[in-house]
Structures are given as structure tokens and as C-alpha cells.
Design a protein around this ligand. Structure first.
Ligand code: IVH
Length: 677
């Protein structure tokens, strides 16, 4: 008797803790995926999940299907079963020119008999369409589009995607809600997956789209679970027992508040002109996006108008896909040259017969490294397929072997640096070969200076590649610190450098002295230390001195820094020359604000700007403002592109409209309360 009482009270305690953990994990999932504002490091999240897993293992009777631990576990299927879409999953009509967009807008206005139409403009993601069915907020089915009327039941696979909530967040959702969106892979996830495939002797995927499709249509959900899939939702299907807002843009905000991921790039625009402006903007941003898009989509924002417009055959009259021009082309490989980078790495660069790829003339492309050349069996003289996509630098994808001329020859890795003549070495286990010349090699020195001056580093405006080369050639700079000791009369001796531009450069140098610790660390060009690592270092240690003097072990305490990166940082600061350069830079007047929170890490909302609108039920606007500020956020009075979030209470004003136009995420009161904890 006593024993059983004891057990039931322990399990009562466990039940409480399990519920608490699930609530916390759901909260962090919401912050991480839907709001893109994580509040705790990954390691802490993993700890919560592990604790929950352990408890559930101890008390299997307490496991529920929507527990965050229940993402994987289903047995492999023999085949997928069929799903009938109650409302068909439509496709989109395509446009490739401005004229077609004007025509679309004109047809829409004529049919509706109105003068002006607002469109919700969204990136067109290159993945595959998915339907997610939520019953009373619980994910009960995931299905592919198939032919639009019938798709495949991929529920078990969809459940493994962390970005898809198993349970909707908050309240107020319809009893039955079908959400539609695109499952895709980021460029980085795709590259990691392909390296893994190759290291296991498996065939790499041709592009992120194929990789996403292949991963979602796996009969074994354990395989899907290992694939870096994510989602952006872009619409709804069937809705029962509940109402959604009467505008598409507002429905999207609702979905976000319910924990679904919505593209932060979506925007409300006016008329054909607004659409085209958005298209051009996205075309320029495209290469910097972490995922691939193949165009943009315009949707009439008012749902009543969408209904009035209806559809013809399988595509709605109220939406249009405006595609980017094709991004692959065929050309001839004329030669292969070897470029020396900042770290001495030799990169083979393909010199090509110039060809226009998606409107840009391409005459150079990267071949990545010697192994890639061999794997793809690329030879000088070959006809090659080039792609201008993911990266800013176009790449050679493959060879058209049937067109290989008889005199095609294999590119050779040079034994000596083509710039300084030092030996080229390739360490065992490394993919790249490097020039061993260090800063003696002009190429390495110049690249280090270019990196230092670049926008995301010290942001020295006007110090372009050509200028760096001239300064180095004339012997005016030997290291990055010399930049800050340049004098007007020295600069004026340079080609194409008048009095005015010399003054401008000196002013830009002066301006760059005011920076942040993270930027400064990044600018130093320590191997393996990218922007994210630099930020981690800065917020963890809080001062340069502490980073420079940290031991290997201390460095490894920083989130995401492992033994290799720690070693690289440690060695960098033990090198006398590097410490001298750092001292010289500080002596030149480079400075940054010192942080107060040294060990506790940055405040959770640091760097984020909020705007409040409408009436909140739970607190006054002033209280809300103070709460946000206490978490490090900035609260301002007007909405701009830089606004992080708009918090909308009851009867929001024009700021709400403006947020929709600019694509700024809007939080309702419950989501706001959750964010501030
Ligand atoms: S809306 C009726 N929005 O493009 C609306 N589709 O060519 C149908 N896609 O099957 C879809 N991004 O897989 C919509 N922002 C977006 C999209 C998008 C990608 C895909 C989707 C669809 C295909 C149609």
C-alpha cells in the first residue's frame, strides 16, 4: 500500500514536470521557428528535450502523440496511402515579363470593376507543396500536392520536421484548419546533405528542390528526420468551425501567431508597379537569401475579391507567379586559373566563353577545388553547364561529355603559388591546397585587407579591390593597421585619386574606427571565425583582452566553438605579428562600446525594435514598453523596414497597415505576452 502510494505520487510529480517541460519546449519552438527570435542557446533546448525524453521513457504511459519527443518513431511504410484534397491544390499561372504583370493587374481590375488592387507579394520558394491538416490544433495529416486532387499521405515524415508544429500555438484557431506551404531545404542544409551523401559514397542531389522532394517522399521517416527540411506556409485550404480574417496578409499573421512559419520577406504592395518593384527587389536579394527562390508570387489580398475572381482550370485568377529567368546555361571552358585566397587556399577558376545567365554575363565560374574537378571530370576545352544560383559566384555544374573535343586536357594543380612562387602544400585530410607564403604572398595580404575593409567587417566605404591592390603595390600598406596611418599626400599619388576622393577615403577610415567588438574580431580574418562565431565570442567574453588571453578550454566553453575553431583562435593570438597588428589598430583609435553583461550573454531582445499599436488588455502601453526595454529591445513610434515586430492590441491604427505593407511581423497580445515571458 505504502509502496503504491509512493509510486503514484512520484508519477504525479513526473506528470507535472512533463507538462511543464512540454510547455517550455513548445514555447521555445514558437520563438525559434515562428518568430525567429530564440531566447536560449541550442544546448539549453537540447537539455530540456533530453529531460523530457528521459521522463517519458520512465513513464511510458504519460507519452502523448503531440509531445515534442514524438517526431520520429514510426515504422517504415511499404507504400504511401492516397489522400484526396477536399479543396484542390491549385497551381499558378506564370509570367516572365513586366507586360504580363501589367496584363494580369489589368484583368483583375476589370473583372472586379475597381481602380486599385493591393497584392500580397511573396517569394516563390523552390521546394514542394504540402498540405497540413490541424484538428482542434493538432496536426493529424500531412499530404503532398500530387496531381492537385490526390496526393500522398506523408504524415509520418512531416512530423519529423521541427519547423512544423505538432500542436498549434495559442488559441482562436478554427476546429479544422488546413494550412498549405512549401517544404524546402536551405542552401547550407543542401550542401551539408550532399557532402554527407558523398562521404557515404551515395549520389549527391542535383539541387535543393530535388533533395527536399526526395527527403519528404521517403518511406522510412527516420531518413526524413535526418534531412534538413523546413517550411514556409503561404495559404490555407479547408476551414471549418472558425473564421479567418478577410485579408490574405492578415491570415498570414494569424498563422504566424499560431506557431507556423511565414516568410519574413512577404509584403503588401499596390498595383502592378508595386508588384514589379517587389520583383526587382527580390531579384537583387535572391543570391543573399539562405534558400533558393525561382520567382515571386502576387496574390490579391482581399479574400472576397479572390472569391469573386475564382479560377480557370487549375489556376486561380487572383494569383500570379512571376518567374526569374533561367539560371543555367551551356558554354565552353577556355582555361583554368588558380586564385589565391585570404588563407592561401588555391581555388580553380574557370575562364569561360562569355554567356548570359539569367540576364547577367558570366565569363568566370568557380570549380571549387581539385577533387571537384576530378569528380566531375572537367577538362579544358569541354562544353560545360554553368549555374548562377545559390552563391553569388557562378559554378560549373557538369560537363556535356558527348561534346568533348579530342584535344581536351586535364587542369593541373600548380606546384608553386602562381602569385609569389612559394610551395603549394596540401595537408592530409584537407580538401584544399594552399600557398605556403603567408603574408609574404601579396595575394594573401591583399585578400586579408579586402576582407578587413568589407561591409560586414570594418565597413570602410570606398576601399575597393583596385585601391587595395594599388596601395599594396606601392608599398603603402603592409598590414591592415597601416590603413589608419595613411596620409592625404600619399593617397593623392595614386591613380584616379584626386584630392576629394582622398579626403573621402580618410573620412571613411575615420568613421570605421567606431565599430563593434564582433565586427572587429570578424575583420581580423582568423581562420574558421565567421560572423556568427565572432558574435558569439564578443557576447561571451565581452572584451578583446579576455578573448586574446582565453585558454583553449575557455574558448571551447563558447556555444558552437569546438576544438578546431578554439585552436585556430588560440594560435592566432599567440602569433607575435598578429598581436602587434591588433595593438597598432587599437592605438590608431579603433573602439567599440563596452558591454555590461559580461558572462550572462546578451539580453534576449537586444538589437530588436518594437512598435506598439492598439489597446492591450493586460497592461498599459507604457508598461509594455518598459517590459520590452528591460529585455533589451528598443521601442519606437513609427514602423519602418527596420522594425522587428509590431505588437497589435485591439483596434490597431495605421501602424498595423504599414507593418503589413512592409512585411513586418505582427504579434497579437497572447503572442506578445509569450515573447516577453
Ligand atoms: S500559392 C492558389 N505561394 O508554386 C495558390 N505557391 O506553381 C497556389 N509555391 O504548387 C500556391 N511559393 O508549390 C504559392 N508563396 C507561394 C509559393 C508557392 C512556392 C509553389 C507551390 C505551388 C507552385 C505553383
Amino acid at each position: 500500500m505504502a509502496a503504491s502510494q509512493h509510486t503514484s505520487s512520484t508519477s504525479g510529480k513526473a506528470k507535472k514536470r512533463i507538462e511543464e517541460l512540454r510547455k517550455q519546449i513548445d514555447h521555445h519552438n514558437y520563438l525559434y521557428y515562428a518568430l525567429d527570435a530564440p531566447e536560449i542557446p541550442d544546448a539549453e533546448y537540447d537539455r530540456l528535450l533530453r529531460e523530457l525524453q528521459d521522463l517519458e521513457q520512465q513513464y511510458p504511459e504519460l507519452v502523448t502523440p503531440d509531445s515534442p519527443t514524438q517526431r520520429v518513431g514510426a515504422a517504415p511504410l511499404k507504400t504511401f496511402s492516397e489522400v484526396r484534397h477536399e479543396l484542390p491544390m491549385l497551381s499558378l499561372n506564370n509570367a516572365f515579363s513586366d507586360e504580363e504583370v501589367y496584363d494580369f493587374d489589368r484583368r483583375v481590375r476589370e473583372r472586379l470593376g475597381v481602380e486599385n488592387v493591393e497584392y500580397h507579394a511573396e517569394p516563390k520558394l523552390d521546394g514542394l507543396a504540402i498540405s497540413l491538416l490541424y484538428e482542434r490544433g493538432r496536426l493529424v495529416r500531412g499530404a503532398t500536392r500530387g496531381d492537385g486532387s490526390r496526393g500522398e499521405d506523408v504524415t509520418q515524415n512531416v512530423r519529423t520536421i521541427g519547423a512544423i508544429p505538432l500542436k498549434l500555438h495559442g488559441s482562436g484557431f478554427p476546429a479544422l484548419l488546413e494550412v498549405r506551404g512549401e517544404v524546402f531545404m536551405t542552401k547550407e542544409g543542401f550542401q551539408q546533405l550532399n557532402s554527407l551523401q558523398e562521404s557515404q559514397g551515395l549520389k549527391p542531389f542535383a539541387n535543393p528542390r530535388n533533395a527536399a522532394a526526395g527527403s519528404l517522399r521517403q518511406l522510412d521517416p527516420r531518413i526524413t528526420a535526418q534531412r534538413p527540411l523546413t517550411i514556409y506556409c503561404y495559404g490555407t485550404g479547408i476551414v471549418k468551425d472558425g473564421k479567418l480574417p478577410d485579408r490574405h496578409s492578415m491570415i498570414m499573421q494569424k498563422l504566424r501567431n499560431w506557431g507556423l512559419r511565414i516568410s519574413p520577406k512577404a509584403k503588401l504592395v499596390k498595383g502592378a508597379e508595386g508588384c514589379l518593384e517587389y520583383y526587382r527587389q527580390m531579384a537583387t536579394e535572391r543570391n543573399q537569401l539562405p534558400y533558393e527562390i525561382d520567382g515571386v508570387v502576387y496574390k490579391v489580398d482581399k479574400i472576397a475579391w479572390q472569391e469573386q475572381l475564382g479560377q480557370i482550370s487549375r489556376a486561380p485568377r487572383w494569383a500570379l507567379a512571376h518567374k526569374f529567368p533561367a539560371q543555367e546555361e551551356i558554354t565552353r571552358l577556355l582555361d583554368v586559373e588558380w586564385q589565391v585566397g585570404r588563407t592561401g587556399a588555391l581555388t580553380p577558376v574557370a575562364r569561360l566563353e562569355p554567356v548570359s545567365v539569367g540576364g547577367v554575363t558570366v565569363s568566370n565560374a568557380t570549380l571549387h577545388n581539385q577533387d571537384e574537378i576530378e569528380r566531375k571530370d572537367i577538362r579544358i576545352g569541354d562544353t560545360v553547364i554553368i549555374r548562377r544560383a545559390g552563391d553569388v559566384i557562378p559554378e560549373v555544374v557538369s560537363v556535356v561529355e558527348s561534346r568533348r573535343p579530342t584535344d581536351a586536357r586535364r587542369p593541373q594543380l600548380p606546384t608553386h603559388c602562381p602569385v609569389c612562387g612559394s610551395d603549394v602544400v596540401r595537408l592530409p585530410g584537407e580538401k584544399v591546397a594552399r600557398c605556403s607564403g603567408g603574408l609574404y604572398c601579396p595575394a594573401q595580404r591583399r585578400e586579408a585587407i579586402k576582407h578587413f575593409a568589407s561591409r560586414r567587417a570594418m565597413d570602410i566605404e570606398g576601399l575597393g579591390d583596385k585601391l587595395v591592390e594599388q596601395l599594396d603595390e606601392k608599398g603603402l600598406i603592409r598590414d591592415v593597421a597601416d590603413l589608419y596611418y595613411l596620409r592625404q599626400e600619399q593617397l593623392e599619388t595614386l591613380e584616379r585619386m584626386g584630392k576629394k576622393s582622398a579626403q573621402n577615403l580618410l573620412a571613411a577610415l575615420e568613421k570605421s574606427k567606431k565599430t563593434t567588438l564582433a565586427r572587429f574580431i570578424f575583420a581580423l580574418g582568423i581562420r574558421q571565425v565567421g560572423e556568427a562565431t565572432a558574435r558569439e565570442l564578443a557576447s561571451y567574453f565581452g572584451s578583446l583582452e579576455r578573448i586574446m588571453t582565453a585558454s583553449r578550454e575557455q574558448l571551447q566553453q563558447v556555444p558552437d566553438i569546438g576544438a578546431v575553431v578554439a585552436e585556430s583562435i588560440y594560435i592566432f593570438f599567440r602569433e607575435k605579428h598578429n598581436r602587434e597588428v591588433v595593438d597598432k589598430l587599437i592605438a590608431a583609435g579603433i573602439h567599440w562600446p563596452t558591454t555590461t553583461n559580461r558572462n550572462s550573454g546578451p539580453l534576449p531582445l537586444a538589437g530588436k525594435t518594437f512598435v506598439l499599436t492598439g489597446t492591450l488588455e493586460s497592461m498599459s502601453r507604457n508598461e509594455a514598453k518598459e517590459k520590452l526595454q528591460a529585455l533589451g529591445a528598443k521601442v519606437t513610434g513609427s514602423v519602418s523596414k527596420k522594425t522587428g515586430y509590431v505588437v497589435a492590441g485591439a483596434e490597431p491604427g495605421s501602424k498595423y497597415e504599414r507593418a503589413l505593407q512592409l512585411g513586418v511581423p505582427i504579434l497579437d497580445e497572447p503572442s506578445f505576452l509569450e515573447l516577453i515571458g
